[in-house]
Design a binder for this molecule. Structure first.
Ligand SMILES: Nc1ncnc2c1ncn2[C@@H]1O[C@H](COP(=O)(O)OP(=O)(O)OP(=O)(O)O)[C@@H](O)[C@H]1O
Length: 668
């Protein structure tokens, strides 16, 4: 059904605009009501402060943004009409003028189809320009329709960070957004199928549907890089959710100051699941047998516990599977209990105070320190990486001598502060810390670009949502790290969620068909198990491939041409070439920003290929694909080709590929 613009549907548009005005007025009154409430009536000062802060938050959430659509859909049931928008708005009599997009009643806006209209006689989608309602599109479910408003929304030029997609969530995406809160979902999705968008909308949905539980336990979004987090930071606030933590995995696992990067070889071993067992052995190897019996003086008596009995107590605790730190606490209690039994057998009365007094005596404390010493996870890992004998004992039968040698530091550091810790070391420390003391669990974690995680990184995420659920998002074809687990079932096992449902998204929204077909030529090499994605959009002329003898001149021309068009422009090159290209752009007087400095400030963003993951630009210029591939050689795993696949799938409207060398094989 065609989109109907303002001119030919004036009476209807006017009626809709009147409803918009009514809704905005009602929202203003809702906010005024909240602002007029007085927190000072609360029972005491603390309650008044809490209530005051709560009222301030509620008032902020009710603030109208005249530049965004307050509602974007209308649902006509026989005898009932509902408007669907970003938040619930009601009039003075409590009648709903707009229902929240997350409410169950709003579901038909996203899910109704010709096959199942879900009780609707009509669905209307609204088009806006700024905050002004300018068009609408109707469906009566007699035949499927293609939404022009969806295509216009995708193609609307990008300025600044990622936008929400609340007005145009598609049915297959909506299923993920509203999936059961207790369920861990894994989404394998081709580039631009909306994984990131869906993950963020799922967070907003969960906070609406299970607010208390999610708030109490906490929700965390994990993304691949600072630039990516910067890019997505506006989406949740635009959906009214301002308190969700968004972090990189390195930030989540910030156990030691990271000063170095992992070499592929060592990184692969440190990321391997076998390291969990190596660490477990390393931690528990600290248990020792007592060298002599325990003697506890009390009054005129001395109570003696033989060494073998202490050993038995420690072994019983170890075999119960407690955390190392909890076991240490418990051992003190068990020893005190053994002493108390002897005191009682001798006819003396004991109570809790006697137990505590015995537990705190110097001999008992010294015995616990000897048998079950306190451990610092940082020092455990430091010793593993610097003491070949200690490592050999912990890794016996797990890592071969070559692998052990690859783990050891060339020069052991003097202390934890001077060590050249890598991100993978930080994960090892995190694992050791969890062996010593249980990591607390969140209610929900959204894990984006999960295909890049090592087994040990998956475990680090998994222990943060042991009692909660996860939304795992990623694309095996975009996995570029040498330590990536490589397949979803294995990754989910390491995450501790082996029963998660796996969903595939293959309808691409970002990338036009011409470009995705070109990039998909890499798939048989990088992920033969995946079917090529489709695209909802065709854009003839969106792909240009040009061979250039003078690459720099070609880059300059392409940038100027792109700047004549609209929206954001990503100039993507191998990391080693990026600095030189930046100097060239400056010399040519082409205003640009480096990705590391943020995407705001100029339309042209110079982006090293290694940083492009998860990002998108209206126009993309890729410089010398062969150099991007060569920058990451690694035998059969072809991370360079995978990197190129990521890079080629960042464009919304136009992709220009410039090359002086031959294109990599599959693209020729
Ligand atoms: N239903 C939709 N309506 C409008 N735009 C959409 C929709 N779904 C996705 N998009 C847009 O498509 C683009 C790609 O979405 P997103 O970044 O979430 O995809 P992705 O699957 O995470 O991609 P990649 O794996 O390449 O990082 C974004 O601009 C997003 O806003």
């Amino acid at each position: 059904m065609p989109t109907r613009e303002a001119e030919d549907t004036e009476p209807e548009i006017s009626a809709e605009r009147a409803h918009l005005t009514r809704s905005r007025d009602a929202l203003r009154r809702m906010r005024e009501n909240v602002l007029s409430l007085d927190a000072s009536g609360a029972g005491d000062w603390v309650s008044a402060q809490v209530l005051g802060a709560d009222l301030a938050k509620r008032a902020e959430a009710l603030r109208d943004d005249p530049t965004t659509a307050l509602f974007f859909g209308r649902l006509d049931h026989p005898g009932e009409r509902l408007y669907v928008g970003r938040r619930h708005v009601h009039d003075d009599g409590g009648r709903a003028l707009v229902i929240d997009w997350r409410a169950p009643m709003a579901r038909p806006f996203y899910k109704a189809s010709t096959a199942d209209p879900m009780g609707l006689v009509l669905r209307r989608r609204f088009g806006y320009s700024g905050g002004e309602l300018t068009a609408f599109e109707d469906e009566d479910f007699s035949a499927p329709v293609e939404s022009r408003l969806l295509i216009e929304e995708i193609e609307r030029p990008r300025v600044g960070p990622m936008r929400d997609i609340v007005a145009t969530i598609q049915p297959e995406q909506d299923d993920i957004v509203r999936a059961d809160a207790d369920h861990t979902l894994c989404v394998q999705g081709a580039p631009g199928t909306g994984k990131t968008a869906v993950g963020l909308h799922r967070v907003a949905y969960l906070l609406y549907a299970h607010r208390e539980r999610m708030r109490r336990g906490g929700v965390l979004v994990i993304g691949p890089s600072a630039s990516f987090l910067d890019y997505i930071r506006g989406v949740l606030p635009a959906l009214g959710e301002v308190n969700v933590e968004q972090r990189t995995l390195d930030e989540v696992v910030a156990t030691v100051p990271v000063r170095a990067r992992d070499e592929p070889g060592a990184g692969r071993i440190k990321g391997d699941a076998r390291m969990a067992e190596v660490l477990r052995r390393a931690v528990w190897s600290h248990l020792r047998e007592p060298s002599e019996a325990l003697v506890v003086p009390r009054g005129t008596r001395r109570w003696r516990i033989p060494a073998y009995e202490i050993t038995e107590l420690a072994e019983a605790l170890r075999d119960r599977g407690v955390r190392y730190g909890a076991g240490r606490d418990l051992l003190g209690h068990r020893i005190a209990h053994a002493v108390l039994l002897r005191i009682e057998t001798a006819g003396d009365a004991c109570d809790d105070r006697t137990h505590e007094a015995v537990r705190r005596t110097r001999p008992v404390k010294a015995m616990v320190d000897h048998v079950w010493p306190a451990l610092d996870p940082v020092r455990v890992v430091m010793r593993l990486l610097s003491d070949a004998e200690f490592l050999a004992r912990a890794a016996d039968g797990l890592l071969d001598p070559g692998e052990q040698a690859a783990l050891l530091w060339d020069r052991p550091p003097r202390g934890p502060k001077s060590a050249r810790w890598t991100p993978a070391d930080a994960v090892l420390v995190d694992e050791a810390a969890d062996l010593i003391s249980r990591t607390s669990s969140l209610s929900h974690v959204v894990l984006d670009e999960a295909q890049d995680l090592s087994a040990m990184q998956c475990r680090a995420v998994g222990r943060r949502c042991e009692t909660g659920s996860v939304t795992v998002l990623g694309d095996i074809a975009q996995g570029t790290t040498p330590w990536a687990v490589g397949d979803w079932p294995a990754l989910l096992r390491h995450l501790g969620k082996p029963d998660a449902d796996l969903t595939v998204l293959d309808r691409g929204y970002r990338v036009p068909r011409q470009i995705i077909d070109f990039a998909s030529r890499l798939l048989p090499r990088i992920a033969p198990e995946l079917a090529p994605p489709t695209s909802v959009r065709s854009a003839p002329g969106s792909l240009r491939i040009a061979r250039a003898t003078d690459l720099r001149a070609a880059v300059e021309d392409a940038c100027r041409e792109a700047l004549d068009g609209e929206g954001s422009i990503g100039l993507i090159a191998a990391e080693a070439d990026a600095a030189g290209l930046g100097e060239h752009l400056t010399a040519c007087g082409l205003e640009h920003v480096r990705l590391a400095d943020g995407m705001a400030g100029a339309r042209l963003v110079l982006t090293p290929a290694t940083q492009a993951k998860g990002l998108e630009f209206d126009q993309v210029i890729v410089v010398e694909p062969a150099a991007i591939v060569d920058a990451e050689p690694d035998g059969d795993r072809s991370p360079g080709l995978r990197r190129l696949y990521v890079v080629l799938t960042r464009a919304v409207s136009r992709l220009t590929v410039l090359h002086a060398r031959d294109l990599p094989d599959p693209l020729r």
